[in-house]
Design a binder for this molecule. Structure first.
Ligand code: ZN
Length: 256
């Protein structure tokens, strides 16, 4: 089966950028990692992950030679990377202007976020679980890009599959942290029919992005729940024994 990708039209229209959010389909891993596991740190066979990453880049038509992902630590640090990046950078956001690099955020319920601008002058990606979301990591990335000359109103942002409010029950501590991150937003936390408190990480990150000047029409969210759809890895559903899907973005031109 071919690699199945989700791609936002908003970013597809930027000519020199390739991006996509992977699903479980199209890889060679087996068992709990079946089949397109992209995480090297979760107990899967290394050669299988290397093959899966190559298949994903090929599926994107991406000619970038170097896959760069992070040791994600649920914080709000963002770093610029190049083809010479270390293999062990602790951060939760990365960006590059280097066309040799495909940057990837690995997730299994957290929100992968990818962004570029209308001209495709850089690519950026962010890991937004509840901690990173509460720490406003998407704002940290926008502010960093602004320092480099980017305008927030030129950004095009896509939020990938993540655990949705249909499944994401949270305690009072998480609910409070998310609400404090965007006090004016209304869809961050709600109560479902069973009386559970549930959080919406897509809505929270969207509200933060809009608050820092990204136009609502330039944000696309794939509101697909990783927990109640079988097409994705889910840390919560699979009780920790699972693989990782990815949000990937690169400046590399498409392979002809
Ligand atoms: Zn769900």
């Amino acid at each position: 089966m071919a690699v199945a990708l989700l791609q936002a039209p908003l970013l597809l229209s930027v000519g020199n950028v390739v991006h996509g959010f992977s699903t479980r389909e199209g890889g060679v891993s087996v068992g709990a990692y079946s089949s397109l596991n992209l995480g090297q740190h979760v107990g899967d066979q290394r050669p299988a992950v290397v093959e899966n990453r190559a298949r994903l880049l090929a599926g994107l038509g991406c000619v970038a030679q170097r896959w760069v992902s992070l040791s994600q630590v649920h914080g709000a640090d963002v770093v610029e990377v190049t083809r010479n990046a270390s293999r062990s950078i602790e951060a939760d956001g990365l960006w590059t202007r280097d066309p040799e690099v495909a940057i990837a955020i690995l997730v299994a319920d957290c929100v992968p976020v990818v962004m570029t601008d209308a001209a495709g002058s850089f690519v950026a990606a962010v890991h937004a679980g509840w901690r990173g979301t509460a720490a406003r990591i998407v704002e940290a990335m926008v502010r960093r890009l602004e320092k480099d000359g980017t305008k927030a109103d030129q950004l095009r942002v896509a939020l990938g599959p993540a655990i949705g409010p249909c499944c994401y029950k949270v305690g009072a501590d998480v609910a409070t942290a998310l609400q404090q991150a965007v006090p004016t937003a209304t869809q961050v936390v709600s109560t479902n029919g069973a009386g559970d408190t549930v959080a919406d990480l897509w809505a929270t990150n969207r509200a933060i992005l809009e608050a820092v000047g990204v136009p609502p029409t330039q944000i696309h969210a794939f509101r697909l729940c990783t927990s109640c759809s079988t097409g994705f890895f889910s840390h919560r559903r699979d009780k920790g024994l699972t693989g990782r899907q990815a949000g990937v973005i690169a400046l590399a031109p498409r392979r002809r």
